[in-house]
Design a protein around this ligand. Sequence first.
Ligand code: INI
Length: 153
Amino acid sequence: MKILEGNFTNAKGQYAILVTRWNSFVVEHLKEGAIDTLKRHGIGEKNITVVYVPGALELPVVAKKIANSGKYSALIALGAVIRGGTSHYEIVAGESSKGLAQIALETGVPISTGVLTVENIEQAIERSGTKAGNKGAEAASVALELVSLLEQI
Ligand code: INI
């Protein structure tokens, strides 16, 4: 029997971290969590590119160009969609995640998403480095695992 699974030893690859400027107060912490996780697994700064985009709705189009460039092993998309008083919350959250999933399938480049979809700022803060962990760090960990797994297939 052969079992394939990604591991976290000998991590390598080129990583692009997409970061929204929307809700930057929260998303910057997701970015720091992602970078910290990559670095602590041995990924050097020269192998990490941070790309800023306006909002979660713009993540897919930018992700598509980055994925198609052939330069990156994985993308990590970070953002925060906060319902608050926003009437088009569903559209922003839905279209962003649908678009990112579609691009990963089309290009074969894994895209790990750490886009918070939350009711309010308190929930966003909880998920960006306080009591509910850091979803940016988790997304980076998924990216590392996928790069390792895809390399073995
Ligand atoms: N973009 C976000 O990343 N988070 C949000 O919470 C948000 N809200 O609430 O509207 C948001 N909207 C902007 C959107 O992503 C686009 O940048 C904008 O619609 C222009 O295309």
